[in-house]
Write a protein that binds this ligand. Structure first.
Ligand code: NCD
Length: 309
């Protein structure tokens, strides 16, 4: 496989054909997981998490275990030599002595590219600050593909913290490559997308608009991607408190939505989606979390060059 030995740092590191290959593999895994139970036997995945995580770390660890491999790592930098002041470059060079592949989450933008540049083993970016989160994008796209069959001509709304939400930045970038996709950005002015994302949108020629008003665009959406206000990236708590509940999706708000709307959320949710929505067939966020494990299984196999079935 052409992905063998490579790293995944940004959402466009793989071509759309390579992404399709990953989704095909993930779908085969979903159908026959037993065929993959030994695909990465004897291999070791290192998880280096400098920031909190539930889904991303667990889904990577579960993915490797379900492929028959092993996992080492830390979930708090305080329990590793990072707390003694070790650089990312030195940490990754050390981890390379013990593991075959590494997954890293870090609060600083650009940290994954530094790690990938200092090792021969594949490095997967599991989130670098407010920048990118490409495996969440694989998760999001697989979930859409399983339901809609593809991405062309979809109208995708993003709602919430579009400024600091790295999952938003990565998914927008990935969607720009598909035909006829329309993007609708819904946020308070203070939380709109950063300039580099807006420039990507303008340069792509894709149809997009920005609004504060979710209700006016709700009936048009095929996908509604909701995000949490990213408290940890705010400079002051007052702004966070003022903005945190800008949108709360509840049954009344989705009344005007299409029956086939997909509501996605990378999770964790704080307040953005009322629990009453969970039972609605349009709520896909827990399925999305499960799909994340399957697509990460496909990714680990591809980067290690193992287990083609
Ligand atoms: C996201 C993240 O870490 O960026 N979570 C995740 O990986 N599923 C979203 C978030 O923390 O709000």
């Amino acid at each position: 496989m052409a992905m063998k030995g490579r790293s995944l740092v940004e959402p466009l590191d793989f071509s759309t054909d390579e992404m399709s290959e990953l989704f095909d593999t993930a779908q085969r895994i979903i159908q026959s997981p037993q065929n993959y139970a030994e695909a990465c036997k004897g291999k070791i995945l290192a998880t280096l998490f400098y920031e909190p995580s539930t889904r991303t770390r667990f889904s990577f660890e579960a993915a490797m275990l379900r492929l028959g491999g092993h996992v080492i790592g830390f979930s708090e930098p305080g329990s590793s030599s990072v707390s003694k002041g070790e650089s990312i470059a030195d940490t990754i060079r050390t981890v390379e002595c013990y593991a075959d592949i590494a997954v890293m989450r870090h609060p600083k933008e650009g940290s994954a590219i530094v790690a990938a540049g200092n090792t021969q083993m594949p490095v997967i970016n599991a989130g670098d600050g407010g920048h990118h989160h490409p495996t969440q994008t694989l998760t999001d796209l697989l979930t859409i593909r399983l339901e809609k069959g593809g991405f062309d001509n979809l109208t995708v709304g993003f709602c919430g913290d579009l400024k600091f939400g790295r999952t938003v930045h990565s998914l927008i970038r990935a969607l720009l490559r598909y035909k006829g996709v329309r993007i609708i950005l819904v946020s308070p002015k203070e939380l709109c997308v950063p300039d580099y994302v807006r420039e990507d949108l303008i340069n792509s020629g894709m149809e997009f608009c920005e609004t504060r008003d979710l209700s006016e665009v709700m009936p048009e959406l095929d996908v509604l991607y909701v995000t949490r206000v990213q408290r940890e990236r705010f400079f002051n708590e007052e702004d966070y408190i003022r903005l945190k509940d800008s949108y709360i999706i509840d049954m009344a708000k989705i009344k005007s939505a299409k029956q086939e709307l997909m509501i996605l959320h990378p999770l964790p949710r704080v307040n953005e989606i009322a629990a009453e929505v969970d039972a609605d067939p349009r709520a896909f966020y827990f399925k999305q979390a499960k799909n994340g494990m399957y697509v990460r299984m496909a990714l680990i196999m591809a980067l290690l060059g193992d287990g083609e079935v």
